[in-house]
Design a binder for this molecule. Structure first.
Ligand code: VGL
Ligand code: ZN
Length: 198
């Protein structure tokens, strides 16, 4: 089996002082860099929203960050403005080894649809192209690390497992947002799909 490391959203806005800071987000960077040598391929994902994106609370009258809303594709948490295309907050953490990456896959660029997963947007049907990339390169054994455990790592791992990839999440190299039990729910959902969480 050919092994890929998928590094999810290790971006300034998800690190302390960022717009959507994940507690301890920066702590995982040295460990992720060290892990890269063990893989045939390294892939980075980058949350990459246009200004005014529909996942931002500021785009909805009367809504605050972390409120829930109903989108045509289902329930959606509303976030502070974050990872706006071309802004410093959307850049990778300065210490992340981006040189080693074969591919950077951006997501969340469709104005009306959020994209937690690296495989499909939140409508669960619009693909990002990552599945085809992995299959054509024969990368069948995936390890995921990054931010945030309960959102983008969780949905990426679930989709990968549903698509038939072998998936391990290195929980020590992830950090969570944990909104209303979202971390426990994520652990439960990943486990049910056969994702190995270590
Ligand atoms: C993420 C919320 C909004 C993540 C991205 O990377 O987990 N969470 N956008
Ligand atoms: Zn986002």
């Amino acid at each position: 089996m050919t092994k890929a490391l998928i590094v999810i959203d290790v971006q300034n806005d998800f690190c302390p002082d960022g717009a959507l800071a994940v507690p301890g987000g920066h702590e995982i960077v040295p460990g992720i860099n060290a892990l890269m040598a063990d893989f045939d391929a390294v892939i980075l994902t980058q949350d990459w929203h246009p200004a005014g994106h529909s996942s931002f609370a500021s785009s909805h009258d009367g809504k605050s960050p972390y409120d829930l809303t109903e989108m045509p594709y289902g329930p959606q948490v509303l976030w502070p403005d974050h990872c706006v295309q071309g802004t410093p907050g959307a850049d990778f953490h300065a210490d992340l080894n981006t040189t080693r990456a074969d591919l950077v896959i951006r997501k969340g660029y469709t104005p009306a649809i959020d994209s937690y997963s690296a495989f499909f947007e939140n409508d669960q049907t619009t693909p990002t192209g990552l599945e085809g990339y992995l299959r054509t390169r024969g990368l069948s054994d995936l390890t995921m690390v990054g931010l945030a455990t309960d959102f983008c790592v969780n949905f990426s791992a679930q989709d990968a497992a549903k698509l038939g990839f072998s998936v391990t999440v290195r929980n020590d190299l992830c950090r969570a947002i944990d909104l209303d039990g979202s971390l426990a729910a994520a652990m439960q959902a990943m486990g049910a799909l056969g994702v190995e969480v270590t």
